[in-house]
Write a protein that binds this ligand. Structure first.
Ligand code: BGP
Length: 490
């Protein structure tokens, strides 16, 4: 049996994608609340009112708010994160369902603006504090270990508008306060923490969307990352001070990159893509210092960073205890002309003829997960967790209410088999939380119909539905997987 005793089987969510109740009990808005619904063809937009009072919208990635404009919720648009899947009101029912599957771990995030509505207040919002306490207590009732992401794509809108978001060093101070509040309030209820979800997206996504990103965009992205690295290091230090048993991890968007050909140019480009996209963040957070190739990366885009001596000390003292990552797909990197490109949300590059692709253009590649696990473990020798993995797919509800999702079972089974091989190869993998264990709003497209869950939620892309929960076939399958500690995968 390869999966170690006590392996953390479970599922993962994020506050902004499942809680809903966006303006309830004192919660302030986050950027995700002014982000519209989209699809694989139509991007999500961020909406605003310009300086002349006219409504406007801009693409949600990489865009900058026009001079004098203010973020706004507009009547003509639908904002799927506003009601999410109503986890805020239904968490007891949901956690009971997770317990029924035998979850050992539940990954979730804390909405920053539920605790600090604007983000820069001195004191937190008590109702927010109480809500998460109650969620953690509910998990504990069933011996489910919470795995808590402190920041998952939802900086308070006020901080974006009044401070310019993460390009401002001030954000470190506000994040420090928010993180410390979490560590103090939930001591004894939570043990595992993640500082920033998919921290590497900021730079990696600029790269993935072709050569359109300007040096100015890179300057901004690398600077944001630096402030987040420092904030993350502060959080690690503070967590250990408050409770030496706390385990704090980084969280990287894990993509396996392959060279398109054996042309040495491709091999080198592929290595550099790993460095820029994946290793850069992991190295700083796990090794506590910038890697040697960082200077080359900055020079490529004429980037000059605000880094103080104290920052460098903090990075060294705030190394993470574990490395966690999401894994959905691999991608191909080449200097050559390619015949067929992948087009999907959050995916790019040449098409890999050896792989199949999902309806959203994501490559199905379980071996890529094994490759990633083995490579990363060798690099850092820290405990690893796969904290997101899964298949976003269309599901059909049958007349009798059942939902047959063999495609999801196949996807997960194959990834579990490759995780097992990595463990046999010596990798210290301690947990696996599948993404969207209950259907939720897609981060990339804002859709509901891109479903990941073992649990179906009756809500559509216009926000209509009863929000009732029901068990898919994969629910019963995963229950068996957990009960057998990964040995019964049929
Ligand atoms: C990751 C995010 C998640 C999640 C997942 C699936 O990037 O950490 O929040 O949503 O991807 O992506 P999508 O929702 O676009 O299918």
């Amino acid at each position: 049996m390869s999966f170690p005793k006590g392996f953390y089987w479970g599922g993962a969510t994020a506050a902004n994608q499942c809680e809903g109740a966006w303006n309830v009990d004192g919660r302030g808005p986050a950027l995700t609340d002014v982000t519209t619904g989209g699809s694989v063809k139509e991007p999500r937009y961020i909406t605003y009112i310009d300086k002349d009072g006219k409504p406007g919208k801009m693409r949600s990635m990489g865009a900058v708010l026009p001079e004098g404009a203010k973020y706004a919720v507009l009547d003509d648009y639908y904002y799927p994160n506003h009601d999410g899947v109503d986890f805020y009101h239904r968490y007891k029912e949901d956690i009971a369902l997770f317990a029924e599957m035998g979850f050992k771990m539940f990954r979730m995030s804390i909405s920053w603006s539920r605790l600090y509505p604007n983000g820069d207040e001195e004191e937190p919002n008590q109702k927010g504090i109480d809500f998460y306490r109650s969620v953690f207590e509910e998990c504990r009732k069933y011996n489910i270990e919470p795995l808590v992401t402190i920041h998952h794509f939802d900086t308070p809108l006020y901080l974006e508008e009044h401070y310019g978001g993460w390009t401002n060093r001030k954000l470190i101070e506000f994040y420090d306060r928010f993180a410390e509040t979490c560590f103090r309030e939930y001591k004894g209820l939570v043990k595992y923490w993640l500082t920033f979800n998919e921290i590497n997206n900021t730079v990696m996504f600029l790269e993935m969307f072709g050569n359109t990103a300007t040096d100015e965009m890179y300057q901004k992205a690398y600077q944001q990352l630096h402030y987040q690295f420092v904030a993350s290091a502060h959080a690690v230090k503070k967590a250990h001070e408050i409770d030496p048993n706390y385990v704090v991890g980084c969280m990287i968007c894990g993509i396996t990159f392959y060279p398109g050909t054996c042309d040495p140019e491709d091999i080198l480009l592929n290595r550099h893509t790993w460095e820029k996209g994946i290793f850069y963040c992991g190295d700083v957070q796990c090794k506590g210092k910038y890697p040697t190739y960082a200077k080359r990366l900055w020079d490529e885009h004429n980037v000059h960073l605000d880094i103080t001596e104290q920052d460098l000390i903090d990075l060294k003292e705030g190394k993470v205890d574990m490395y966690t990552f999401s894994y959905y797909m691999s991608t191909v990197v080449t200097t050559h002309e390619v015949e067929e490109k992948v087009s999907g949300n959050f995916s790019a590059g040449a098409k890999n003829p050896y792989l199949n692709y999902s309806d959203w253009g994501w490559a199905f590649d379980p071996k890529g997960l094994r490759y990633y696990l083995e490579m990363i473990y060798d690099r850092y020798e820290l405990p690893l967790m796969v904290v997101e993995n899964g298949l976003g797919a269309f599901d059909k509800v049958e007349e009798d209410g059942s939902i047959h999702d063999p495609y999801r079972i196949d996807y997960l089974r194959e990834h579990i088999l490759d995780m097992e091989k990595a463990i046999e190869n010596g990798v210290d993998l301690i947990g696996y939380t599948t993404w969207g264990c209950i259907d939720l709003v897609s981060a990339g497209t804002g859709e509901m119909r891109k479903r990941y869950g073992f649990i179906y939620v009756d809500k559509d892309d216009e926000g209509k539905g009863t929000f009732d929960r029901s068990r898919k076939d994969s629910f019963y399958w995963y229950k068996k997987v957990i009960a057998s500690n990964g040995t019964d995968l049929d």
